[in-house]
Design a binder for this molecule. Structure first.
Ligand code: GLC
Ligand code: GLC
Length: 844
């Protein structure tokens, strides 16, 4: 069953009923100001950091769900009936309803009692504010006297503190509703002249009196009939957002918040003739003042509004708003143009061309911080997560990828180890969600390799980067990569495999913690017995892949970068040999006979072996070892993949491990804390599925690779939305495995490494359009029944028009570039000045 449809032309997902199984959300913002917005107007906004600069409140895990949002009420002043055009929070029956989630914007349209309301929400490029552009049309035969109320609830900035520290917070709330003197409310229309705006703007300035230099503003384009800023006055005692007293009685209270819960609500009266349309603009934004110019006049406690007024004035103008919206659309069209494909499969096309690429950008911006499943206070930017996310967006915004790499590397420690996360606002690493995950540093090598292949910008390797952000410790980025590899080599276990530490990619395989304290964090519990025994075959595979990349990087870098730098370049042979040694160890101690082992536990016993009672086969090492090239020439890769197919594959995707752990094992940790079928305990952890797709490509199985691709492709699962339940336009982290009663149900949509890896698997491996150090490689391994496909790819400033045609059953590629046949499958870079290249590939 479906709850909407894809509008491929407009690049929108159109939701046709408000009561989706879960809130189906979208994101607003692409630079510094962000918000999430559900299909019924729910969600919240923040500036840069969802925890430390939260603008509005949201109540996670509330009933009804999705509570808190950008709510508008329309009231028919003749009958006194009122409703919300976005359905929530009043949930009145609407005559029609449609929500269009687009790239960086959401439009919600509905009709109720003959009044059509269309609200377009978006964040313009270049400014830190969101726009709600409400268009009301009277579809009745007679005129309508309406009251419109806006509403948002301010968060007192630090979302964690806001939700816990009530003894203080009930006293600190402050707003400004200018001009506020003598108790006279500012009922005059906002006037703007010469870029100035007066009246009609609600300012939230909690803690501005002391150490904050920022405030929020909530503005409206119309004359106000009233306003409210004290939540409990607006709502009335013991009432919820579904029945605010002000809306019910049809008149704001003009409340001025002092302490308690500051909110913003404008009251606008509108009379519409039959057929008449009116537009009302609301702006919610964030603004900072220089510390020494906070107040106006100086010495007062009044916010200096001189720098914010021109911004407000600009966006209260409808033409400027429309222009900003067009600019936003053009921005996304530009980003997506980097790669567009036309294949015989609609699900592939729509995910690659629009939604997967979009989700990659959202995970780039937010890492794992704020979604319907991530509260915005739990996690900052993960080190391993952000490095992997980069694989999915590096071609879209290479300059921002560069900055991200340098930020991440600056949180690396001198040992080569890494903080597990950093806060985007401070860019400082912290151990709040644990440390000592021994895979972390290696991911930096993969992201830098991807950046170099995409851009050819070798200068990044020479960029001085500090350790732990400590001035004076800078070394070239290249040395950070060396230390990443060193970190593994310095921590080898009894079999010569890498020690796992706290955990590896699988956060929940905690072989050294032995936690028996209720509620203790597995990520922070102390490591027992110095962690000198438990080893990870996964890290070994990752190491081989990373060392091979380093060999290539140093080989090319020797030619590409300056003298002083090249003294630091280790012999590429060193990396090659390190990779070989580790390969030999994996083949000796990390192979179980039919598949790759997962690990050795703290007693030196096998994990992920046929000898185990439960957890015999794990997906991660099968994917990563084959991706690193292991077993490709001796049949082990094929064997491992056959085991995956036989034991782990389901129609809903590939399970993380089998058999599921049926009870808690002290020596395995959090993985066994989950009931069977969920998350790391035998859920379909979608992040890992593309590793298997890539591995299948490496053994030449195009049909199998694309089949796995479709099993978790959100668009392909749209038709079973009642089972899948999450948004059909983005990947979710997990789909319940076959051991769960809810097999096929997705959770934790949007912020997941699944997005980047699926994008890499389909575009670079199945479609085979792959950046390399020396040019664009074209090596498709596509399904047998595809006649071919077309693509256009912008790579290092050149547009490649690619057409692939199947002339036989295999995967052998013959290339013609601008009409000339070439050797091999890497298209050399064209001479400087040439901006278009035509590539024809014949598969036989
Ligand atoms: C979560 C984490 C990620 C980890 C994965 C598997 O998605 O963000 O870092 O690799 O779980 O445990
Ligand atoms: C839990 C989750 C895992 C996630 C981790 C983040 O362990 O199961 O997926 O990576 O929390 O801290």
């Amino acid at each position: 069953m479906r709850y909407g449809y894809f509008d491929d032309q407009r690049r929108e997902y159109v939701i046709t009923r408000p009561d989706t199984p879960l809130p189906w959300i979208n994101y607003l913002g692409s630079e510094a100001y962000f918000g999430l917005i559900s299909n019924t107007g729910g969600g919240y906004s923040f500036y840069r950091d969802a925890r430390l600069r939260r603008l509005t409140r949201y109540r996670y895990n509330n009933v009804p769900s999705d509570c808190g949002g950008r709510y508008i009420y329309v009231r028919d002043d003749d009958s006194g009936k009122f409703w919300s055009p976005s359905w929530q929070p009043t949930r009145h029956q609407l005559e029609d309803y449609i929500c269009r989630h687009g790239l960086g914007y959401t439009v919600i349209c509905s009709t109720c009692r003959g009044i059509e309301a269309r609200t377009r929400y978006f964040v313009p490029l270049g400014d830190s504010l969101e726009i709600w552009q409400l268009t009301l049309t009277n579809r009745r035969e007679e005129s309508a006297n309406l009251s419109v109320f806006s509403s948002i609830e301010f968060c007192l900035w630090d979302a964690q503190d806001d939700a816990t520290n009530f003894q203080r917070n009930f006293n600190v709330g402050e707003v400004e509703v200018p001009p506020c003197g003598n108790g006279v409310p500012p009922l005059s229309p906002p006037r703007y002249h010469g870029g100035e705006v007066e009246g009609g703007v609600i300012y939230h300035k909690t803690e501005y009196r002391e150490r904050r230099d920022h405030f929020a503003f909530f503005a409206c384009s119309e004359s106000l009939a009233g306003f409210d800023t004290q939540r409990d006055v607006f709502l009335g005692p013991y009432r919820g957002w579904d029945t605010p007293a002000a809306v019910e009685r049809g008149q704001s209270f003009n409340s001025v918040a002092h302490g308690w819960a500051p909110m913003g609500s404008h009251h606008v009266k509108v009379t519409l003739q039959p057929g008449e349309t009116r537009q009302i603009i609301f702006l919610l934004g964030y603004h900072e003042n220089p510390r020494d110019q906070k107040f106006d006049p100086p010495g007062s406690q009044t916010i200096n509004k001189r720098t914010v007024k021109p911004i407000i004035a600009k966006y209260l103008d409808q033409d400027n708003v429309d222009a900003a919206f067009e600019a936003l659309r053009a921005y996304w069209d530009g980003l997506l143009a980097t790669l567009q494909v036309e294949t015989p499969d609609v699900h592939t096309n729509r995910m690659v061309n629009v939604w997967n690429a979009y989700q990659n950008m959202i995970t780039f911006n937010l890492s794992r911080s704020a979604s319907f499943f991530e509260s915005g206070i739990g996690r900052g930017m993960g080190f391993r997560d952000s490095n992997q996310d980069l694989l999915g967006f590096v071609h879209t915004v290479p300059e921002r990828a560069r900055e991200r790499i340098l930020d991440l590397a600056a949180t690396q420690l001198e040992t080569g180890g890494a903080y597990h996360q950093y806060q985007p606002l401070t860019k400082r690493g912290n151990n709040e969600i644990g440390s000592g995950f021994n895979d972390d540093p290696l991911w930096l090598i993969l992201s830098v390799a991807a950046y170099l292949k995409e851009t050819g910008d070798w200068s990044i390797l020479e960029e001085p980067v500090a350790y732990d952000n400590q001035p004076g410790t800078e070394t070239p980025l290249y040395e950070h990569l060396q230390r990443s590899l060193r970190y593994t080599l310095d921590r080898l276990g009894p079999h010569g495999l890498p020690l796992i530490g706290r955990a590896d990619w699988n956060d929940c395989l905690n072989l050294n913690t032995f936690s028996d304290t209720p509620g203790e964090s597995f990520q922070r519990a102390a490591i027992q017995r110095e962690g000198k025994v438990a080893e990870s075959v996964f890290i070994a595979g990752l190491f081989v892949l990373a060392a091979k990349e380093m060999a290539q990087i140093s080989r090319s870098a020797n030619q590409q970068i300056s003298e002083s730098m090249s003294q630091r370049i280790w012999d590429p042979q060193f990396y090659g040999e390190a990779a070989q040694r580790m390969e030999a160890i994996i083949l000796e101690h990390g192979w179980d006979g039919e598949w790759f082992l997962r690990a050795y536990d703290a007693f030196g016993h096998k994990v992920g072996s046929h000898e185990c009672e439960e957890g015999q086969v794990f997906i991660e090492p099968q994917g990563f070892c084959v991706m690193a090239g292991l077993g490709l020439d001796d049949g082990r890769a094929e064997k491992a993949l056959a085991a995956v197919k036989e034991r782990l594959a389901t129609p809903h995707g590939i399970i993380l491990q089998q058999p599921a752990y049926s009870r808690y094992y002290l020596h395995l940790g959090e993985i066994t804390s989950y009931p069977p079928g969920y998350k790391e305990n035998a859920g379909i952890f979608c992040h890992t599925n593309p590793w298997i797709m890539i591995a299948e490509v490496l053994v030449g199985h195009g049909d199998q690779a694309h089949d796995y691709y479709l099993r978790i492709n959100p668009s392909a699962r749209e038709a079973i939305s009642e089972v899948h339940r999450c948004e059909p336009y983005v990947y979710a982290q997990m789909i319940a495995g076959r051991d769960a009663p809810t097999h096929g149900e997705a959770k934790n949509s949007w912020l997941t490494g699944t997005a980047a890896w699926n994008y890499v698997a389909i575009t670079q491996w199945i479609l085979g359009i792959r950046p390399t150090y020396t040019g664009l490689q074209i090596a498709p391994v596509i399904p047998g029944n595809w006649p071919g496909f077309e693509a256009s790819r912008i790579f290092r400033g050149v547009t490649y028009h690619i057409s692939v045609e199947r002339a036989g059953e295999g995967n052998v590629v013959s290339l013609t570039v601008d009409g000339q046949p070439i050797e091999g499958n890497i298209v050399p870079l064209p001479p400087a000045g040439q901006t278009e290249v035509v590539v024809k590939a014949i598969l036989t």
